[in-house]
Design a binder for this molecule. Sequence first.
Ligand code: ATP
Length: 256
Amino acid sequence: MTTPSPTTTLEARTTAASARGLSRTYGRDEHAVHALRDVDLDLPAGRMTAVMGPSGSGKSTLMHCLAGLDTPTGGSVTVAGRELAGLDDTALTLFRREHLGFVFQAFNLLPMLTAEQNILLPLELTGRRAALEARPHVDAVIDVLGLRDRLRHRPSELSGGQQQRVAIARALATRPAIVFADEPTGNLDSTASAEILDHLRRSVRELGQTVVMVTHEVDAAAYADDVVVLADGAVRAHLVDPTTDQLLETLRGGTA
Ligand SMILES: Nc1ncnc2c1ncn2[C@@H]1O[C@H](COP(=O)(O)OP(=O)(O)OP(=O)(O)O)[C@@H](O)[C@H]1O
């Protein structure tokens, strides 16, 4: 039996999100900015993928198009088996609420609610019954994120790292098909960052979560299974299980 190449292995996995011929142009004519140019991409389920690239290379635009927060000017995006172009604004909002989770640099927690109430909020929006049924999963999320003894604290009583862990738990509570994380450690010191990345990776390993994380930091990308490197709106490389050396070589412009 032959050993499958990394590409074959990637294709054989379940795909959480894919883009075909994805383009996003801002402005027109001589003012046109081609933020994404004809991007083809498959993001495997149950893995953590980092999206890297220089400033202006299209990372945020790619994430926003994959998450249905921005409308492509060409091509298609399929997430959790649904082609997003077929959904109107209301359907998109519902789709995001049911199938996607978001973690941003700013923690966006509600200050008057406890950590537990913040985590449960998206579930309460989907109804009491759903919230009750989801409780075993929420308990697993709370344990994976090490928040059991912080549940009754308000955000102001938590460290930045702990607040971000609450924000991640809130994103995971609804069992989203994908959690999109945009520079999730941007506001944290290096110790808290390492802890957050470790917890994100544990959510992939232990809960089967799919995570797509935009980052500038090689140290952060090193926690991911796979790394997509963008340059000038195109995919320069899609590295599967890269070593840090391979990643550094690719970012420097080499071919490793
Ligand atoms: N709403 C917009 N209107 C006009 N141009 C935009 C808009 N959003 C993004 N762009 C342009 O599209 C290109 C890609 O931007 P994008 O924010 O996706 O890059 P990025 O890789 O996330 O950058 P950074 O690392 O600096 O956040 C840039 O040239 C940017 O100026």
